[in-house]
Ligand binder design. Structure first.
Ligand code: SAM
Length: 251
């Protein structure tokens, strides 16, 4: 159903690649142009806000609407650039819950990068990185973030660990039972971090042993119940953001 951009009260936020500065013309991409023209019925003079992950958030106006195209012009900056905490999510894609859902929710929870990882028990054999990236953009627009999380290409478990940047602590969600609770392990954490969750069947014993032998890995528990993989990833992100990220900051 068509909506009205005026009624949306400048609440439409668009992620663009172009640089943003006062007076600059910005061309929305095809999908955004369609949305503005045919869903929001944009008219010249209507307002939207723009961000590109580098230049903060900008008020912009619809400068021109023709049958086929729409042009935006940047007016003034309404917020400086801000980053989310330096937290990645490495996750084994799972069958029942599409990765799209996880990407959207993780983006809302303020993750900086998403890394799909194929473990021995991962059932899913293919992912669609373009679609995941589109979901990341949509969630960033909707949630008020000023950056879009990076979606990495899928890698094997072995490659993930071999290429791991050693200064980044990897909180390994291990339902095995004898690990520290994530909230305790991460309280006061400073520096880059990541959370790792497994697939439906969990990590196999060799993978668990390999993880536990690495100096940058901290095994953690999320409590006494076995959570579904998607629940575990989102719960872990929320816990980490509460004790070491930006959930405890006032806005
Ligand atoms: N291996 C389990 C089984 O087959 O009963 C299930 C694995 S669980 C569905 C998927 C992933 O979620 C796990 O590999 C782990 O990373 C994470 N997970 C689930 N519950 C957890 C908990 N209580 N503590 C830590 N991690 C958990």
């Amino acid at each position: 159903m068509a909506e009205d951009l005026k009624e949306a009260g400048g609440k439409v936020r668009l992620y663009v690649n172009a640089p943003l500065a006062a007076g600059i013309a910005v061309a929305p991409d095809e999908g955004q142009a369609h949305y503005l023209m045919h869903v929001m019925r944009a008219k010249a003079g209507d307002r939207v806000t723009l961000f590109n992950g580098r230049d903060g958030e900008w008020m912009a106006e619809i400068a021109e609407v023709s049958k086929r195209a729409i042009a935006l012009r940047c007016l003034s900056r309404i917020a400086p650039q801000a980053e989310v905490p330096d937290l990645w999510l490495a996750f084994a894609p799972i069958k029942k819950t599409p990765s799209d859902y996880l990407v959207q929710k993780a983006a809302e929870l303020g993750v900086r990068a998403l890394l799909p990882v194929f473990t021995r028990r991962t059932i899913v054999t293919r992912i669609n990185p373009e679609r995941m990236a589109a979901n990341a953009v949509e969630a960033a627009q909707q949630s008020g973030r000023l950056s879009v999380p990076r979606v990495a290409a899928g890698v094997s478990f072995e490659r993930l660990l071999a290429d791991w940047p050693k200064e980044r602590t990897l909180y390994f969600c291990d339902e095995g039972g004898d690990a520290l609770p994530l909230a305790d392990a991460a309280t006061g954490h400073v520096g880059p971090a990541a959370i790792l969750t497994g697939p439906e069947g969990g990590f196999d014993p060799a993978e668990r042993a390999a993880l536990r032998a690495l100096p940058f890995v901290v095994p953690v528990t999320l409590g006494p119940r076995i959570l579904r993989a998607d629940t575990a990833a989102l719960a872990a992100l929320a816990i980490w953001q509460s004790v070491a990220g930006d959930f405890s900051q006032q806005h």
